[in-house]
Write a protein that binds this ligand. Structure first.
Ligand SMILES: Nc1ncnc2c1ncn2[C@@H]1O[C@H](COP(=O)(O)OP(=O)(O)OP(=O)(O)O)[C@@H](O)[C@H]1O
Length: 376
């Protein structure tokens, strides 16, 4: 039997199609949170296992450490400097005040005197090693018979200063002899004055008008003046006058002398100075009123036999370079037993050229107190 009515199934929407193949890129399998965390942790802990990454990380760490160290260093240095300038100064000041408060006025004055003496001593470059070792210090000038004319000797300090100001002369020292504006007032013998006049040397230059009276008074002197300002006459004339005085008191015989030496840094300078001294001494002797003064040139490159005529008489002045002078002194060709005047021409250059030890060596040959004249 056929049924007339068929039961009809309700119409359904088509079922979704699930694809299960592996080609689907968008597929992400679900991972539980717990598992995901563990994976992330594992990833983090293994980060840097790559050698390149590890090296980069290490370098970064080193750089960081160095930066920190540098910063620490800078702040330590800053603190140290601040301490030096402020705290240490305060500490020293407080310590000194505490010590000073315990001292009497006399002790303080004695201390100040000792400091001044120490400073003076350290500036005594012209002392021989023996003098330095024995602590010998001269406070009085060498005695000379020379005196300035009365009218100049009676000038006030202000008047003398006015003259120095007029010639732009700067002086430093105690009880400085007066400047003298005319050669004739320096009591220079007439034959020399005439010779100077014949060579158009009529009025003294500033270094001469202050330097010559100072050296004539027996004082040590350091003279500084421009090139060509007449320094040669300023340091030679006092030695000529001193030699003249000694010779007139008691004539020199062979083996005696010299009275003084002029030390030069080069043969050329020594030669020039020697020629000037010889000319001035010849002018002095020429008129027959004054004795002959003998001068020896003592430099390398010339034979001493050439000057045997000088060596065979009493010797007044030696013009020398350091090396040859030491050689002559060591060979005892002459001595410094009565030598009282040492002049160093261009003393600063002599030291610059490395002659300091030679000069000290030369000074150790002196047996008597000397007058030192340095020219720069
Ligand atoms: N009072 C003076 N009036 C005029 N001329 C002078 C006077 N004194 C020196 N002279 C002359 O000046 C020139 C230079 O003098 P001197 O050589 O003594 O100078 P200096 O200062 O020693 O120079 P340097 O530093 O080059 O040795 C010389 O020709 C000298 O005769």
């Amino acid at each position: 039997m056929e049924t007339s009515s068929k039961r009809r199934r309700p119409q359904r929407s088509p079922s979704p199609v699930y694809k299960l193949d592996d080609d689907d890129d968008s597929y992400e399998p679900y991972i539980p949170v717990e598992k995901r965390r563990k994976e992330k942790l594992a990833k983090l802990s293994t980060w840097g296992t790559n050698p390149e990454q590890r090296a980069r990380k290490q370098q970064e760490e080193i750089d960081d450490r160095e930066d920190i160290q540098r910063e620490e260093e800078i702040s330590r240095e800053k603190a140290r400097v601040e301490r030096t300038l402020l705290m240490e100064a305060q500490e020293v000041h407080m310590k000194k005040s505490a010590e000073d408060s315990k001292k009497t006025e006399t002790e303080k004055a004695e201390e100040a005197d000792a400091e001044i003496l120490e400073a003076i001593k350290s500036r005594r470059k012209l002392a021989s090693d023996m003098e330095l070792a024995k602590g010998i210090q001269y406070t009085e000038p060498l005695k000379t018979s020379w005196r300035p004319p009365k009218y100049i000797g009676e000038r006030s300090l202000e008047q003398n200063q006015k003259i120095r100001d007029k010639y732009h002369i700067l002086v430093d020292g105690e009880d400085i002899p007066p400047p003298i504006e005319h050669f004739v007032d320096m009591k220079i013998p007439h034959p020399i004055l005439d010779y100077l006049k014949a060579n158009r040397i009529v009025t003294p230059t500033p270094i001469q008008l202050q330097g010559i009276p100072t050296a004539f008074s027996g004082r040590d002197i350091i003279g500084i003046a421009f090139t060509g300002s007449g320094k040669t006459l300023a340091f030679c004339l006092p030695l000529i006058m001193m030699s003249l005085e000694e010779e007139m008191k008691l004539p020199f015989v062979r083996g005696e002398g010299p009275v003084g030496i002029i030390l030069c840094p080069s043969r050329e300078l020594a030669n020039q100075t020697y020629e000037n001294v010889v000319a001035w001494c010849a002018a002095l002797f020429k008129e027959g009123k004054y004795p002959q003064l003998n001068t020896l040139l003592c430099i390398g490159g010339i034979s001493m036999n050439e000057q045997s005529h000088v060596m065979s008489k009493g010797l007044h002045i030696v013009v020398a370079t350091p090396g040859r002078l030491i050689d002559m002194l060591e060979k005892k060709r002459f001595t410094f037993n009565n030598c009282k005047y040492l002049c160093m021409d261009e003393a600063d250059r002599m030291i610059d050229l490395g002659f300091e030890d030679d000069v000290r060596n030369i000074m150790s040959f002196f047996k008597v107190r000397i007058r030192a004249v340095n020219n720069h």
